[in-house]
Design a protein around this ligand. Structure first.
Ligand SMILES: [Zn+2]
Length: 319
């Protein structure tokens, strides 16, 4: 049973907004674009893994996706998926990478071989070993029985091959299509039930309670200025900005596209880019590129945002 669904991470949403609003000619565009693709494909891989991790051997599994929690010493760590059964826990780490993959057992790192040489892609083994210790300390802290914790690296790209397969690698790395079989294999070797229903519920409840979404401010992260972003309503047809507001409609001066309700979508970019979760009429007018304060006020009111204060000091909260 899924106890926590996967949500698109804030970091990815922010990079999606940046891809719309950082000009292609900006010197930091290549760096932001590279990170966008890394996050985009990472999320795509996790979603692919979710499908295969839903084939479970029995009903007694609780599944939590995309957990980000502090360990007993306050250090946050992220698990792509966590499966909890009465006999054991299983942490899954998705790797959406294509090409010839090699796992270096000495350093715990993942290496991709390509025509130009090799590229190191982090150290998933070492990371999973840490996560196992961190999860174990949380379970201990809750005075719950110590149960075995397993980890699996799940390769989620269909064009990936494993290079130099050792017994350790074969035991710890699985292709996502084989994940149901691997989950069953791990389940089959269990001989002892550690967790009662009450224990499982206590752990699940605690993990959900201590889960914290990552805080991410794109503008600060890349050292960008508010003036460096493309402003205004972006044309859904040709990506030109800003669109102009005339007679209750948004008009694109580039392709002549006409649209009505674009403001709701547009204002979502404001907090995502790091401008903050509140806006005043003056800031809103600047961001949407409107010339008149009264039109800006009308647009802002139409969004029905929670608000505080009066007149010029009024602030609006963007969810
Ligand atoms: Zn257009």
């Amino acid at each position: 049973m899924i106890k926590k669904d996967r949500e698109k991470p804030l970091r990815l949403l922010a990079h999606e907004a940046a891809m719309r609003r950082i000009p292609k000619t900006h010197p930091k565009h290549p760096q932001i674009e590279k990170e966008f693709y890394r996050l985009h494909y990472g999320y795509k891989g996790e979603q692919a893994m979710d499908y295969f991790s839903s084939f479970l051997p029995h009903e007694n599994y609780k599944v939590l996706h995309g957990l980000r929690i502090p360990d007993t010493k306050g250090r946050h760590f992220q698990m792509d998926s966590l499966l909890i059964s009465p006999t054991h826990c299983l942490i899954l780490d998705s790797k959406y990478v294509s090409g010839k993959m090699e796992f270096d057992e000495d350093t715990g790192s993942l290496i991709r071989h390509n025509e130009t040489g090799q590229e190191r892609l982090g150290d998933p083994f070492a990371q999973l070993a840490r996560h196992k210790i961190q999860l174990s300390s949380i379970i201990q802290d809750l005075k719950l029985p110590r149960l075995p914790i397993y980890t699996q690296i799940v390769i989620t790209h269909k064009n990936a091959t494993l290079f130099k397969k050792s017994p350790i690698i074969l035991k710890n790395v699985v292709f996502h299509t084989n994940l149901p079989t691997r989950i069953k294999e791990i389940d089959n070797i269990q001989t002892h039930t550690y967790f009662s229903n009450k224990d499982t519920n206590k752990l699940v409840k605690t993990l959900i309670k201590i889960h914290q979404d990552e805080d991410f401010n794109l503008m600060n992260h890349y050292g960008l200025l508010p003036t460096e972003f493309i402003r205004g309503v972006i044309c859904p047809n040709c990506s030109h900005a800003p669109m102009h507001k005339t007679y209750q409609r948004w008009v694109c001066l580039n392709c002549k596209h006409i649209d009505r309700d674009l403001i709701k979508q547009t204002i979502k970019d404001y907090p995502l880019l790091g401008f903050g979760n509140t806006v005043t009429n003056r800031k809103f007018k600047e961001f949407i590129c409107l010339h008149s304060s009264s039109i800006s006020y009308k647009e802002l009111q139409s969004l029905n945002l929670p608000q505080k204060g009066s007149k010029k000091a009024r602030i609006y909260f963007i969810e």
